[in-house]
Design a protein around this ligand. Sequence first.
Ligand SMILES: [Zn+2]
Ligand SMILES: [Zn+2]
Length: 413
Amino acid sequence: MRPLPRSLDPLPDEALTGYILRLSRHLGTSPGTVVIRTGLASEKNRLSRVPIRLLHDLEPAELHSFTRATRLTPDEVSRLLTSSLAGRYGPLSERFTPRKSAARMVNDNAWLLTRTPRYCPQCLTGDGSEIQQLHGGAWQRSWFLPPVFACTKHRRLLRVGCPKCRQPTDEVEMGSVIARPWDEDLHPTQCRTTTASRTTGHIQPACRAQLAESGHVVPEDLPDLKTLEHLLGLQQRLQSLLDPASPEMTSCVGWLIPVADYFADLRALLGLVFLSWPAARPFAATPTLAEVLDDEAAQRYARAAVLRGEPGKKHSSRPFTDPPLPPLPMGAVLGVAERLLDVEDENQARERMLPLIEQARDFDQALSLYLRREGWISFPLRIAVMNRSKHMAPMHEIIARGPIPSGGLRRRP
Ligand SMILES: [Zn+2]
Ligand SMILES: [Zn+2]
């Protein structure tokens, strides 16, 4: 693998796919060519797709050839991959999502938006530097994480899909994480979705809509100011937890737990909140968010009812456990989950969550237990929501005897 004639410095929080788009533009070639020339696919089976798993992790041989071709360090490459977020983001950590390979970790993992990342049109414009004026800003790695739903810099919700063709901006065809990998003519911030139907036999044009927006645009669908302030504050807190420079532990039901555990708890509570709705309605931060969740929960119950009516294998838990794609219901349900976890101790947590647990148990006992099982949530939350009899030891004793997570476990000071 020979070095490419020119390379590019990665931008902060850039995803590998976005880096490949910018690098191909920089070299005047197609993303598919870059994928082959950096050793991420072999020339022999001329690639028609860029595997989704490349977003998450590279094989050692791929890492070697990619660093050599791009002259990046292994550290720089690892920061382009979502696997390096797993230490802080439980839904991608093997501890909470035990899967054996990168492909399995990303395949069908609803907590990584491989097919429909959200984006901030203003961030895509870039910071005005020469290189970003040429190729646009970064397609950010955090945009692939469901809990990142707003841009605090531009004080707006992220956008889902292309405003022109109304489809995902990088329509995944045949499991390719970059659409139209052989198309050389598209700018990294243009919509790559093929809008015409594929059945006509020859190559159809891409949508080509420019997704970056410069200047002072008033974003569409902004919620009322109080709701927006709440969502931006929540987003700020969640993103600082994901920041590798921030503390590794955070407070949860009165205990300090590893940040990865906290995100696992948010994932579980999202399912519990929808499964038991409207039990958690009092915890919605504003009337707007409560109404958003009324609608969202109603749609989810309807979808689950349809699935339950179908014969054969049942996937009826997904309507409750999948994170919402639109930013507003996503922010709304995360805000509720955050408030449920923000209590003095596990007794108060139990008090707060008991109505949810009872409601969820009545509706779907198996799923209610699944969401509270060991290896799915943090140890203190498990203590707070497990089935307990009157004769059990006080919770601080159980916790003191219990398995201590790798990061240690102690009461919040
Ligand atoms: Zn932005
Ligand atoms: Zn489009």
